[in-house]
Design a protein around this ligand. Structure first.
Ligand SMILES: Nc1ncnc2c1ncn2[C@@H]1O[C@H](COP(=O)(O)OP(=O)(O)OP(=O)(O)O)[C@@H](O)[C@H]1O
Length: 299
């Protein structure tokens, strides 16, 4: 059974990809964590450490990519209080939970949004997929949710197409779609990596504000300890498919136990003084340069 305040508990999760030439690739190895109601848990680690596979497995989407869950449980508390193991759920049931109980926002809104439908239609579609609403009711919900994610001039935006919005506005629309059916858990997979720094800060502010307002839980995936410092309550550090350290954000930065955690902190110049300077040699990191977008925020 889950403690009352826990929304999601991942227990000893193992996920493998078949690899014809060699033995299967164990992308996620014995991963365990839980997320409380209203909490933001950051999953942090370098490229290939297994963050996205973990997140996509919580959505039960990795099987579509040929992965197999070889062990573990993903216990989820639904909005009606029922607790279920997502691993055991047949696809047709999981499909009903995506968007209504858990939703996910990806890095690149342009590849998630459909270019030929308006913003309003895409949010309304997310609503009518799960709820028995008329077209005009769904449009009213779409308008409210656009306002909730602070899209200025929301009425006009409803009838615009994705290409008419800036990168930051598109990411707000993706968050609006993810929020439309008020899931209790939102997964954000590197949602700000493709945005420039000021827009990134605005999106992080938005996620924080939404959490205070609607009390949802967040699983936030990032490689950037600077972002972790801004957004997380607790942190799981992933390395080569395993979680090597879990702690509160305060403890992670003030008293990092694992050398790899110290290396990640040192990779962020303004946080680096807080961490062990020897660590980067032990765990050389790929240094990320977020793609700078020349798009100017409009409105
Ligand atoms: N569809 C797939 N088929 C085969 N292997 C995959 C697939 N998706 C991911 N992997 C492998 O699983 C491992 C974990 O990848 P994952 O995408 O979870 O890393 P990550 O920590 O999210 O990194 P990134 O930030 O670069 O996405 C990697 O070795 C990756 O190559």
């Amino acid at each position: 059974m889950l403690p009352d305040d826990v929304i999601l508990a991942v227990e000893d999760l193992e996920v493998s990809f078949a690899n014809q030439a060699q033995k299967p690739l164990r992308a996620v190895r014995g991963v365990s964590f839980n997320i409380a109601r209203g909490e933001t848990l950051a999953l942090v680690g370098e490229s290939g450490s297994g963050k996205s596979v973990t997140a996509m497995t919580v959505m039960r989407l990795t099987e579509h990519d040929g992965a197999r869950i070889t062990a573990g449980r993903i216990m989820m508390r639904l909005k009606n209080g029922q607790v279920i193991d997502l691993v055991k759920l047949p696809e047709k049931h999981v499909e009903k939970l995506r968007g209504s109980e858990i939703s996910i926002v990806f890095q690149d809104p342009m590849s998630s949004l459909n270019p030929v439908f308006t913003v309003g239609d895409q949010i309304a579609e997310a609503v009518t997929h799960h709820q028995n609403k008329t077209k005009s009711e769904a449009r009213a919900i779409a308008l409210n949710v656009l306002k909730l994610v602070r899209v200025p001039d929301a009425i006009r935006r409803l009838d615009q197409y994705p290409h008419q919005l800036s990168g930051g506005m598109r990411q707000r629309v993706m968050i609006a779609i993810a929020l439309a059916c008020r899931p209790s858990l939102m997964i954000l997979d590197e949602p700000t990596t493709a945005l420039d720094v000021t827009i990134q800060a605005q999106i992080l502010d938005l996620v924080r504000a939404l959490q205070t307002e609607i009390g949802m839980s967040v699983l936030f995936i990032t490689h950037d300890m600077g972002v972790v410092a801004e957004i997380a309550d607790r942190v799981c550090v992933m390395l080569k498919g395993e979680i090597v350290e879990t702690n509160s954000v305060h403890e992670i930065f003030s008293n990092p136990k694992h050398a790899y955690t110290r290396a990640l902190i040192s990779a962020v110049p303004r946080l680096g003084s807080m961490a062990d300077r020897d660590a980067p040699e032990k765990f050389p990191l790929v240094v990320y340069e977020p793609a700078r977008s020349p798009v100017k925020e409009i409105g």
